[in-house]
Design a protein around this ligand. Structure first.
Ligand code: ATP
Ligand code: MG
Length: 263
């Protein structure tokens, strides 16, 4: 369905976002637009700045320069609570689920501050409804998380974020530890989340997964934007943007030319 449900105006707009850790420039001058109803994959080599960018948007790190606009207004994401409250949810790689608690308890864990006060039955109904909407393959919401597969855990973590009704959801390597069938389940779920009208930011090293669900593929390299691609872009194009092979080839060519001209 690709871009058919995408909003005209971006919900999230980053301009010139930079983040410095001492002498390390983790992000430099990042531009990024995220629309409602699209999946944007964020790819790049190790150390490219993906996690730092996610942490900036999750309110964990403050940018050293640049602006973030959310729903048309400049915002300061100065704490994780603030980002969540605003509608930017993050599913970090460790998922933070409680193994010994069941699915319902995990879904509602940490939502104690929410305005709704639900009793056990209401929570269970809410959990079932949401999981059904997501076509999640979870046999029972009373199942302890410890007995769920990796894909089901990822589903629970994503569903938990959705309970806060976010506009943006960021997923950090959601398929990294999964086999083929469970990966397909999670990719399906990502499409359903997109179809609910959310903007999804997907971090992944797996180009096959990225191609399967992303409407756009944003490449970061050494903390900078290094091109925007689509699922139709060739592997060679993507790989050279990620690794900088083209730049190296260019500089090698330049070096040869200089040698040839004796400069
Ligand atoms: N808290 C920190 N303090 C100092 N340097 C940091 C910190 N966090 C990240 N960096 C540095 O910032 C750069 C970007 O790191 P980041 O973790 O964002 O990359 P990444 O794209 O997520 O990489 P990976 O694919 O390995 O997870 C790296 O050089 C990293 O060492
Ligand atoms: Mg990372």
């Amino acid at each position: 369905m690709a871009e058919s449900g995408r909003s005209a105006e971006p919900i999230l707009k980053l301009r010139g976002v930079s983040k410095q850790f001492g002498a390390v420039q983790a992000l430099a001058d990042i531009e990024l637009d995220i629309h409602a109803g699209e999946v944007v994959a964020l790819v790049g080599d190790n150390g490219a700045g993906k996690s730092t960018l996610v942490k900036v948007l999750a309110g964990v790190h403050q940018p050293t320069a640049g602006t973030v606009e959310f729903m048309g207004k400049a915002v300061t994401l100065d704490s994780p609570g603030r980002a969540l409250e605003m509608g930017i949810a993050t599913v970090f790689q460790d998922l933070s689920l409680c193994e010994n608690l069941d699915v319902v308890s995990n879904l509602f864990l940490g939502h104690e501050l929410s305005p709704w006060r639900l009793d056990e039955v209401q929570m269970e109904v809410r959990a079932w409804t949401l999981l059904r909407e997501l076509a999640a393959r979870i046999p029972s919401v009373r199942e302890p998380v410890a007995s769920l597969s990796g894909g089901q855990r990822q589903t629970v973590a994503i569903a938990r974020s959705l309970l806060l009704d976010p506009k943006i959801i960021m997923l950090d390597e959601p398929t990294a530890a999964l086999g083929v069938a469970q990966t397909a389940e999670v990719l399906n779920l990502i499409e359903r989340v997109r179809d609910r009208g959310l903007g999804v930011i997907l971090i992944s090293h797996n180009m096959e997964d990225v191609r399967a669900v992303a409407d756009r593929i944003v490449v970061l390299r050494l903390g900078r934007n290094n091109g925007v691609f689509t699922a139709d872009s060739s592997n060679a194009e993507l790989v050279s943007a990620i690794t900088g092979a083209t730049e190296n080839a260019v500089s090698r060519r330049q070096a040869r030319k200089l040698e040839e001209t004796g400069a």
